[in-house]
Design a protein around this ligand. Structure first.
Ligand code: ZN
Length: 125
């Protein structure tokens, strides 16, 4: 079996920020930070792709908005950021729904009276 063509870094680079910025090395910069240079305005953003997304989408106050980003790119980044937060929300929502359903079914069977009585009897024993 030969799997030579497998790419290991694809998940890291699927973020759209990489299309519109390049990682740069800053001489004397803090090593713990990833510096990205915006392809549009050439601003260097410290703090990695998250910061770059905020810069490109012009959505955040803690990073300067990009003055030259085309509208379609701004929208793409905004949509990507929305999508990733939606996924997180969805997982939380699904979890909540499951909990709700459990509570709902529990109270529903309790209404049938027999199970509640049965439970009480079991606890007494
Ligand atoms: Zn920019």
């Amino acid at each position: 079996m030969v799997r030579g063509k497998e790419k290991t870094n694809t998940s890291l680079r699927k973020d759209p920020s990489w299309k519109y910025s390049v990682q740069v090395d800053i001489g004397g910069g803090e090593k713990s930070y990833v510096y990205l240079k915006c392809n549009f305005c050439e601003k260097v953003v410290k703090g990695g792709v998250t910061r770059m997304k905020e810069h490109l989408s012009c959505s955040h106050k803690n990073v300067a908005p990009c003055a030259k980003v085309p509208d379609n790119v701004k929208e793409e980044i905004s949509a990507y950021m929305k999508k990733t937060t939606t996924v997180k929300h969805l997982q939380q929502q699904q979890f909540d729904e499951r909990v709700d359903q459990g509570a709902y079914f529990g109270s529903e069977s309790g209404k049938g009276s027999s199970s509640t009585i049965h439970n009480r009897g079991a606890r007494v024993l």
